[in-house]
Design a protein around this ligand. Structure first.
Ligand SMILES: CC(C)(COP(=O)(O)OP(=O)(O)OC[C@H]1O[C@@H](n2cnc3c(N)ncnc32)[C@H](O)[C@@H]1OP(=O)(O)O)[C@@H](O)C(=O)NCCC(=O)NCCS
Length: 296
C-alpha cells in the first residue's frame, strides 16, 4: 500500500458496497461489525461514517453520532465521535487527521465528546479535546425492609426476560424519555446497538409492560444499565421491583434522579476508556455519570 488513490465519502449507510468495506475495516481493527445493527433497522441518519477509500477498500474511518444532551434542565445538540480507525498498513500518513479535522470543523462549535482507549489518549488533544470531568457512579443500598418484601415474592414476577427486538422493548427504547434533570442523553439508535450486542441477554420487561430494564446481576449487586419507562415511575414500586431476592446494592449506569431514587456516589472507572470533551462541552455543577447505553 505505497501510493494510495483516495476517495472520500459520507454515504456509507445507504450503499451496500461501502457498508461491506466499513464492516471489513472495523472487523480488522476492532473485531466487531455494525452489520447486525444495520440489518435490524437501527442504523439511523444520526450515525454518519466519514471514510476514506482506496478503490473498494476502506482505509480510514471516523464516525459521528448526533445526540441530544439533557443537562440541568437544558437540551443541547451534541456529537459523539467514535469508530476512529485506520488500516494498520495505511497508518501515519495523516488519514485519521484529515477525518478528525473535517469532523471538528463541521461540529466543533457544539459540544463534542468521545471515548479513547489507552493507546490514543495523546492522539485526540491535537484536535481540541481534553479529558472530561470525572464521573462517579450512583449507588443505592437496598434497605432490609424493601428486601424482606422482595424476598417474599418470586423474582419471576418482577421481570420477564425479553428479546431486544421485542416490539414492546423497541417502542420504549425509541421513545427514549430522559427523566433525569441532572444529566441524560437521548440516543435510541445507539441504545439499541448495546441491547443487540453487549446486553442482549440482559433485557427484561415488567409484567405490566411499564418498564424495560437492562440489567446485569453479579452476586448481591444489580447493575441497572438502563431503565425505560412509559410513565413516570412510582419510586417505591420501582424500588421493590429492583430489590430482587438477595440483591443488596443497585448500581446505576445513568443518573437515577428522575426515578425518584436518592443515591450515594461510588468511584467509577469506565472499563479502559477515557472520556474526552471539547471546549463547547457544558460545565457540570455536580456529580454525574455518562449513560452506558449512549457510548459509541
Ligand atoms: C489512532 C489511529 C486512528 C491513528 O490513525 P492514523 O491515520 O495513523 O493517524 P494520522 O497519521 O492521521 O496521525 C495524525 C497525527 O497523530 C499522531 N498519532 C497517530 N496515532 C497516534 C497515537 N496512537 N497516539 C498519539 N499520536 C498519534 C501522528 O503521529 C500524527 O502526528 P504528526 O502529524 O505530528 O506526525 C490508528 O492508529 C488506529 O486505527 N488505531 C487503532 C484503533 C484505535 O485505537 N482507534 C481509537 C479508538 S478510541
Amino acid at each position: 500500500m505505497s501510493g494510495l488513490s483516495l476517495t472520500h465519502t459520507c454515504e456509507v449507510r445507504h450503499d451496500p458496497v461501502l457498508r461491506a468495506a466499513f464492516y471489513a475495516l472495523t472487523q480488522k481493527v476492532f473485531h466487531f461489525s455494525l452489520e447486525r445493527w444495520h440489518d435490524a433497522g437501527f442504523w439511523t441518519h444520526d450515525y454518519v461514517c466519514h471514510s476514506l477509500l482506496d478503490g473498494n477498500s476502506m482505509v480510514a474511518n471516523a464516525s459521528t453520532t448526533r445526540m441530544a444532551l439533557h443537562i440541568e434542565g437544558r437540551t443541547l445538540p451534541a456529537t459523539q465521535v467514535g469508530t476512529v480507525a485506520t488500516l494498520p498498513e495505511a497508518r501515519n500518513r495523516g488519514l485519521a487527521r484529515r477525518l478528525m479535522q473535517e469532523i471538528v470543523s463541521e461540529h466543533g462549535r457544539e459540544p463534542m465528546f468521545l471515548f479513547a482507549n489507552d493507546s490514543v489518549v495523546d492522539f485526540y488533544p491535537q484536535f481540541g479535546f481534553r479529558r472530561g470531568p470525572l464521573e462517579t457512579m450512583p449507588v443505592f443500598d437496598v434497605e432490609p425492609r424493601a428486601q424482606r418484601k422482595a424476598d417474599a415474592d418470586d423474582a419471576g414476577e418482577y421481570w420477564v426476560r425479553a428479546a431486544p427486538t421485542d416490539q414492546r422493548v423497541v417502542r420504549q427504547v425509541e421513545a427514549n424519555i430522559v427523566r433525569s434533570r441532572r444529566f441524560g442523553i437521548s440516543s435510541p439508535s445507539i441504545a439499541m446497538f448495546h441491547l443487540l450486542s453487549r446486553f442482549s441477554d440482559g433485557v427484561f420487561l415488567s409484567p405490566d409492560g411499564v418498564f424495560v430494564l437492562v440489567g446485569r446481576r453479579t452476586g448481591d449487586r444489580l447493575d441497572v444499565i438502563g431503565l425505560f419507562a412509559s410513565e413516570a415511575p412510582d419510586p417505591e414500586r420501582l424500588l421493590s421491583r429492583l430489590s430482587l431476592p438477595g440483591v443488596r446494592q443497585l448500581r446505576f449506569h445513568f443518573e437515577p434522579d428522575g426515578l425518584g431514587l436518592a443515591s450515594k456516589r461510588a468511584d467509577h472507572r469506565l472499563d479502559d476508556s477515557h472520556l474526552f470533551v471539547n471546549d463547547a462541552f457544558p460545565t457540570l455543577s455536580g456529580p454525574w455519570i455518562f449513560p452506558t447505553l449512549a457510548y459509541t
